[in-house]
Design a protein around this ligand. Structure first.
Ligand code: DC
Length: 231
């Protein structure tokens, strides 16, 4: 039977692209009966709005105005998360290359980040969430019950991303280059660069299977939860 943790924890999973955060966060949330909130999807939705409205990825003020005028919703469903932008399901569209690039570029702006952080806090405040991103343990929920920083060797991360997207050849080279560029931007931006929180448990998944990572994170969640676990 699925275990349900009685006390609803806030679990933060951060790390670079391709480290396996989304899969682990989704599987962990399912196991615990929690909601999985993918913060990157919100940056992606705003980038899509900017594309649709011809706003520049570099115009911080315009982007915040756009965000204020948008309804960005993360809707957990039995088959994974849906992302809604102004009521429309954009879950597939936000994975495309132009949006991926845009999300990375808009995420450097401090005021865009402030907007995101305040909305993400409101979404996860009640607990019972596995929130995944780059700054969840450092900025969104600095008091999260469990913080995991999931990392992996860059070459492995690129390979995983290609397998996930079922691509090879010249397209794969583009994906690898994009991933490296986004990684660099995430780690070097002035506002909330990607770093592990001081109290995060760092897991290097380079030579671990997905099941092994999940087991490790689940064990940590149960330790944090203490004794009140129902089977
Ligand atoms: O996790 P992802 O690849 O879907 O995220 C898309 C972009 O959003 C990524 O380039 C970095 C940014 N992002 C961020 O800056 N902070 C987060 N908490 C989540 C994502």
């Amino acid at each position: 039977m699925t275990d349900i943790l009685q006390r609803k924890l806030i679990i933060a999973i951060d790390g670079p692209a391709g480290a396996g955060k989304s899969t682990i966060a989704a599987r962990l949330a399912r196991k615990l009966g929690y909601v999985n909130l993918e913060s990157g999807a919100m940056y992606r939705a705003l980038a899509l709005k900017a594309i649709d409205q011809d706003a520049s990825f570099d115009d911080e003020v315009a982007l915040v105005k756009l965000a204020d005028a948008s309804r960005i919703q993360l809707e957990p469903t039995i088959n994974g998360n849906r992302t809604l932008l102004d009521g429309k399901d954009v879950s597939a569209r936000i994975r495309e290359r132009d949006v991926t690039e845009g999300a990375s570029r808009i995420s450097v702006h401090p005021k865009v980040r402030e907007w995101m952080v305040s909305h993400q806090r409101a979404m996860g405040a009640g607990g019972g969430v596995v929130m995944e991103g780059r700054d969840i343990g450092t900025k969104v929920f600095p008091d999260a019950d469990l913080k995991v920083f999931l990392d992996a060797d860059p070459v492995i991360r690129e390979q995983r991303r290609m397998t996930q997207q079922k691509i090879s050849g010249p397209v794969a080279a583009n994906v690898a280059a994009d991933l490296r560029e986004r990684d660099h931007r995430d780690r070097t931006r002035a506002a909330s660069p990607l770093v592990a929180a001081e109290d995060a448990v760092v897991i290097d998944s380079t030579s671990m299977s997905e099941d092994e990572v999940l087991a490790k994170v689940e064990e940590l969640a149960r330790q944090r939860h203490g004794s009140g676990v129902k089977d």
